[in-house]
Design a binder for this molecule. Structure first.
Ligand SMILES: [Zn+2]
Length: 464
């Protein structure tokens, strides 16, 4: 399940399909993502995969490799950026990369910027900033560039409006790596790729394509290309370094390539609709990824019986793949069979080596839909388990609040609502609900203390 807040998925998918007809796609999709207030998409499978791409590179670069948060930005342009322990990457970048190596190369280059201390001041600001503020900055920068390029005052104006939320200062500096910094980051990237026994060809391919006049992702402007200058000699230098590496001919492991292909068909199905998914699937005929795309589109566009048969076939082919179980759960939920869905999600949770916080929340939602007091109690346990792994899952708190509410535990429901607002950055609402929760709690009990933390939180000052 690649999820925005659940109820908006179908609508957003349709909106994307419609928007892809528009000529000024980069600008409209950026702005519309904000209009829908869903700039981030969450997905256990994709987050785990990108984390697997990043981990060895971060280790080689001496960066903290554990607990790298992958933030998938819902935008079809090409962009990637690391701030603190968060790696922001646009779905458009993942879609346009044919191999894992192309994305790994970009991550290596970004790690090179960090290790080189480039834009350190900006990074320090971003490390403290909330995820949403950074995304506003990243998307806003793209919107401004696109607006300026198309010379459309109206659209540029819209971009400014969006970017203002992200802090003008950050947005200006984000557009400007020095050319010498680019060369340094390239060299460091090759060092990390060599250390992990990987080829630099993917990076060369990506940057080489940026050098041509065409956008990589099909968006009007790729923000990444604007922030990372590409003088001709840079590609020439990079080519020499890449070809000198003993690992130049190393290709991605087939299992990793397969996961990459599955990610791409999934993004295509969710973001581009049936046609986009079919286009991509035709390039990988007979593959498991193609079967996966087929199952996803059947699920998304209404053929639930067909989708279930296809998901079962996938599970037969890879019984230990947690995301096939997750898809089966999604299909069963949509088919109004919550009990069977809960079993599928439970399997997904037990098979997931990445221990995603999203899967237990899905499991909990299915248990809530079963609706017996016993299953509601179990739902609370599962959702709390998911939130324990993933504190910032604002949507998870909404489900938790509902489960507590149905059990009649109103103070706990109020506290969960407060947490949900808190992690969405709505501090005023968070405080209102935290105070409501406290009124019905014993002073000093764990829930009361957490509510007090929320009440005391000062967003512009230090944490807590
Ligand atoms: Zn760069």
């Amino acid at each position: 399940m690649l999820s925005r807040p659940r109820s908006t998925i179908a609508r957003a998918a349709r909106a994307f399909a419609t928007l892809s007809l528009a000529a000024t796609l980069a600008v409209t999709s950026t702005v519309s993502a904000f209009a829908q207030n869903v700039p981030v998409v969450r997905d256990a499978e994709i987050e785990a995969l990108v984390r697997d791409y990043a981990r060895p590179i971060f280790r080689a670069a001496g960066l903290p490799e554990d607990g790298v948060d992958i933030v998938l930005v819902n935008d079809q342009s090409f962009n990637a950026f690391v701030a603190g322990s968060r790696l922001f990457i646009n779905t458009g970048a993942l879609m346009s990369a044919e191999t894992p190596n192309e994305i790994i190369g970009v991550i290596a280059h970004e790690a090179g910027h960090i290790a080189g201390g480039h834009q350190q001041k900006l990074r320090n600001q971003l490390e403290r900033a909330k995820t949403m503020a950074i995304i506003a900055t990243l998307l806003g920068a793209g919107a401004i560039v696109a607006g300026a390029t198309s010379k459309s005052r109206g659209l540029a104006g819209a971009g400014m409006g969006v970017a203002a939320g992200g802090g003008e200062m950050a947005q200006r500096s984000i557009l400007a790596y020095q050319r010498t910094e680019e060369m340094t980051a390239d060299r460091s990237a090759i060092t990390y790729l060599n250390a992990t026994g990987q080829s630099g060809l993917g990076m060369l391919k990506t940057f080489g394509r940026f050098q041509s006049a065409l956008s990589l992702s099909g968006a009007q402007v790729d923000p990444y290309r604007i922030s990372h200058p590409l003088p001709r000699e840079r590609i020439a230098n990079l080519e020499v370094l890449v070809k000198k590496s003993p690992h130049v001919d190393k290709v991605d492991a087939p299992a990793l390539q397969q996961r990459h292909d599955m990610m791409r068909v999934k993004i295509a199905a969710y973001m581009g609709g049936q046609a986009a998914a079919s286009r991509l699937m035709r390039k990988m005929p007979g593959s498991l990824a193609s079967q996966y795309g087929d199952a996803q589109t059947s699920y998304l566009f209404g053929d639930l019986a067909g989708a279930l048969a296809k998901a079962n076939a996938l599970i037969k082919a890879q019984p230990k793949n947690p995301y096939f179980q997750e898809l089966r759960g999604d299909i069963l939920m949509k088919a109004n069979r919550p009990k069977a869905a809960a079993e599928a999600y439970a399997k997904a949770v037990s098979l997931d080596p990445a221990r995603s916080g999203l899967l237990p929340v899905s499991h909990g939602q299915a248990l809530m839909a079963v609706g017996t007091p016993d299953s509601l109690e179990k739902a609370v346990v599962q959702i709390n388990k998911g939130l324990g792994r993933d504190r910032e899952n604002a949507v998870g708190y909404r489900h938790l609040a509902q489960a507590y509410g149905e059990l009649g535990n109103i103070p706990a429901a109020d506290l969960a609502t407060a947490e949900g607002h808190f992690y969405s950055g709505a501090y005023k609402d968070a405080k209102i609900f935290a105070m409501r929760a406290q009124m019905k709690m014993k002073r000093g009990e764990p829930g009361w203390i957490r509510a007090q933390d929320i009440i005391n939180y000062a967003p512009s000052g230090k944490k807590k």
